[in-house]
Design a protein. Sequence first.
Length: 137
Amino acid sequence: MSQSAKEILMKMKEEILSEIIDNMKEESNGSMFELGDILDLACDERNRELSLLLRGRDREKLVEIEKALQRMEAGTYGYCEICENNIHENRLKVMPFARLCVPCKSESEKGEPKVKRANQGVIYKKIIPMDNEEKED
């Protein structure tokens, strides 16, 4: 399992890095010719924030992949970091960088908030609609 898991992790890493590079190129090319009204700018800003959030998640996933590769080298891959039991093979197939078995992961998530906006650094800006039309009395 460990050799195929290593191959899967390396492939995931390559795909994430490639996707990040492609997104950065696309953003830099697209932003060179942007002109528009306030709604276009607000939409573009929201898309940039979403892109940054996704890249943040990709960075987190890369860190987890690197840690999994280090655990492979140390011989601790596939063992839960809390209870030290084997992580079920099906879980590792779905999430090859898993550090916790399902029961320990479930227990650890009980204390986590459902929405982590503040921890993820996402700031939502209130957009005030501008009414340029004259109001009739």
